[in-house]
Design a protein around this ligand. Sequence first.
Ligand code: SAH
Ligand code: SF4
Ligand code: F3S
Length: 461
Amino acid sequence: MSEFVTIETEPNAPAKQRQKSGNNPAVFIQTYGCQMNVSDSRTIEALLGEAGYSFADSPDIADIVLINTCMIRETAEVRALGQLANLSALKKQSPHKIIGIIGCVAQAKRTEILKSHPYVDLIIGPDAYRKLPLLLEERFISPPGTPGLLETTLVREELYDDILPRHRGGVSAFVTIIRGCDKFCTFCVVPRTRGRERSRPLVSILREVEQLLAQGVKDVMLLGQNVDSYRSEDHDFADCMTAVANLPGIERVRYMTSHPTEISDKLLQAMGEHERIMPYLHLPFQAGNNRILELMNRHYTRERYLEIIASARKLVPDIALSTDVITGFPTETDAEFQDTFDLMEQVRFDTAFMFKYSERPLTRASKMKDDVPEAVKIARLERLIDLQQRISKESNEAQINRETTILIEGTSPKDKKQWSGRTPDFRPVVLPRSSEKLGDVVPVRLQSLTGFTFHAERLSQ
Ligand code: SAH
Ligand code: SF4
Ligand code: F3S
């Protein structure tokens, strides 16, 4: 998943405007990491709302502060745990405030956190959120200074599929369809933090999407670390996506993330044929060299990856492609890195998320000798970023004058007189406001670019 990889934080309201949503104890959740964490935070809000809690939009006025953490790379972990320093000060000021660490770092580093941050009240892994209301009750009645509670279940069957995540408004929503991951890429900590793969029953996915549509949602992103493994009775992922796209009232369906060993022509065909399935494919390749791919346990070759891209381009007209790449995996040579560079130059992704290898605890790669000097990892990463910036710019420039549609997602934060929206292939666009409303799909012509945002003019319908 990959905006799956940008670290997202929830808005933290400016001091003047801070509010609670009610009089009951109020929760503030700060979310780091991928869309899966964002989606989990919405599930937690639903669970706590149901249990009678209200919500605060800043840690200062909250009674309970939860940090939903990510550990995909060292920087993500440091950033999420860095919040703890601020929270320790807050806890000193208000000892009754409950501080909880949740999410991926909580799962993988439970005992370390409790040792190094003894004032933390709760440490809860991604599959134990159902226990939150109970643990909070327990915490409220324990005197300050009582050692924190750990809840990081190791039996991972949780799907949360009976809980309707709290929708915060807006026309887009994430819907988790599969949790966990069984792929065990050697660099990746996710199978350790989120456990084995399990799919939600199709009926519960459709029920959730229907409820979102009733709340004004038009654009749904189906989420999983590896959506292609989805199975519910005899339905596969293509069936699931088509069923969602057929629901009355939905405008756009997208998904994240696919894996090259499992993506099917059936899925690509469905994308090509169904008007409401968006022509956007995020297909991480990680490395362009076969020896490195094998060391990463990715189970495909460079040649196979290129074949899939060729099929996608054939079956899905106007498809936009994005990917994830890692530079400086242990033992990667200059020539092997060049294979990655060449693949990116050959495919010409519209967008790419590029990372330097970061050693993660509990992974197989952490036992390999990380012999690529930091400076080399960075230099390789910079070369890729330069290449991709040029390609992304060219890909965007080639869109100028194109006629397409945008889904109106909101008012542009930079100019209240403009709408902001996205094209089917996910390019951000602004359009002068007129009589449309949020959630409308408007035919437009892309006129010009500022950075990566298009300015568009309306076409008559
Ligand atoms: N399930 C998704 C993505 C998971 S994490 C998938 O398989 O594509 C998102 C991205 O983070 C990965 O695609 C990978 O490029 C990157 N990543 C994961 N572990 C990493 C590590 N140890 N160092 C650097 N990047 C990493
Ligand atoms: Fe991590 Fe690989 Fe699973 Fe993606 S497929 S979450 S990179 S182990
Ligand atoms: Fe997501 Fe980060 Fe966990 S990428 S699955 S929040 S380690």
